[in-house]
Design a protein around this ligand. Structure first.
Ligand code: AOF
Ligand code: ZN
Length: 339
């Protein structure tokens, strides 16, 4: 299963709006006879790729899969039937498919006499984590939200005078561009547009936009985005979300925007601030993970990455799980998971 998770991870950035999935086929001696992963949305599923690699040696084999094999005909045929046709006799599954249309592979295989095993929570955890974007989005019916901040060691995103370029290192910023290239949506509040005038595009080291660009979304209750703002250039599509009662003092509802984005096929939002929007979304339980790129610099004054939230006392605080610690040049990246 550890290997299947490694294979699944290779699909990150090319499979949205589909899941990342990995599959390993083992013979009776536990030797690998085929491996596969889901490489791109609309392409063959992980199981089919592994079966192709194994050929005839799949007969009598065990399939280890990170996600329950599908039982529907979508853009490809059901993997449950493909596994049966190939003569696989045992299937080890980490996570059940939360999408009702495709689920049911486990029951179908069992009905045909295949021994289907669901792994223990300890083995399921990495399979859940690698596919967290799609799993959470599918379960909640809204895109998975990653909040990213480049901060000082004392958690600040700007100095007292507002200067912030650059707090983190070139290595951290390159990492963020890789992350941007893997999401399908970028989101900011209008305050960030007014303060930083960001492009919110995926760029190479020379600053040129590269590859397919994520949709840019600005939450802008009363329409303050300047017509000349960089987010409105033609390097990528942009959605400016305003309150329904435009100009009437109402605020745009982030949950409603997320639902609409899901309806439009979006599954992964990278929230890049600012602190006002991020704090509001955190308080409403709309942030699923937080990435802190922390630079070895201390301000002692200036804007905090999150501020003005509703937490009044320790027992109300949001507890996260630290899932990743990685060095980016002189900085450290910390990934905190809320679900
Ligand atoms: C994948 N890759 O390896 C597996 C999936 O749009 P389709 O027809 O490709 O079907 C996608 C659904 O199939 C997906 O949402 C999930 O429920 C199930 N399993 N999907 O894209 C895979 N095993
Ligand atoms: Zn499938």
């Amino acid at each position: 299963m550890v290997r299947a998770v490694e294979l699944a991870a290779r699909g990150a950035g090319t499979v949205l709006p589909n899941p990342v999935v990995g599959c390993v086929l083992l013979d009776a001696h536990g030797h690998t006879v085929g491996e596969g992963w889901h490489e791109r949305a609309g392409g063959p599923h992980a199981e089919v790729n592994a079966l192709r690699a194994a050929g005839d040696t799949a007969r009598g084999a065990t399939a280890v899969v990170t996600l329950e094999p599908c039982n529907h005909t979508g853009r490809t045929g059901p993997c449950s039937e493909a596994l049966l046709a190939a003569g696989v006799t045992r299937v080890v599954v980490a996570v059940r498919d939360p999408w009702p249309t495709a689920a049911g592979g486990i029951e179908r295989l069992r009905a045909a006499g295949v021994d289907v095993v669901l792994v223990t929570p300890a083995l399921a955890a990495p399979a859940e984590d690698v596919n967290r974007v799609w799993l959470v989005a599918t379960r909640l019916g809204r895109p998975f939200v990653t909040f990213k901040a480049g901060v000082t060691a004392d958690g600040r995103v700007a100095a007292a005078d507002g200067t912030s370029r650059w707090i983190t290192s070139a290595e951290s910023r390159a990492d963020v561009h890789l992350l941007r290239s893997r999401v399908d949506t970028m989101m900011v509040g209008v305050g960030t547009v007014l303060a930083d005038d960001p492009w919110l595009t995926v760029r190479d080291s020379d600053g040129m936009p590269i590859g397919p660009q994520p949709l840019r979304v600005v939450l802008d209750s009363v329409g303050r985005t300047p017509p000349g703002a960089r987010v409105l250039d033609d390097a990528a599509e942009t959605l400016v979300a305003t309150a329904a009662d435009f100009g009437g003092g109402l605020r745009v509802d982030p949950a409603a925007v997320l639902s609409e984005l899901y309806r439009r096929g979006r599954r992964h939002v990278l929230l890049e601030g600012g602190p006002t929007l991020a704090t509001a979304m955190l308080d409403d339980d709309l942030v699923d993970e937080m990435l802190c790129y922390t630079a070895p610099v201390v301000f002692g004054a200036g804007r905090m990455m999150l501020d003005g939230g509703r937490t009044a006392t320790l027992v109300e605080a949001r507890r996260a799980e630290l899932r990743e610690v990685r060095r980016c040049g002189p900085d450290v990246m910390l990934r905190y998971a809320f679900r």
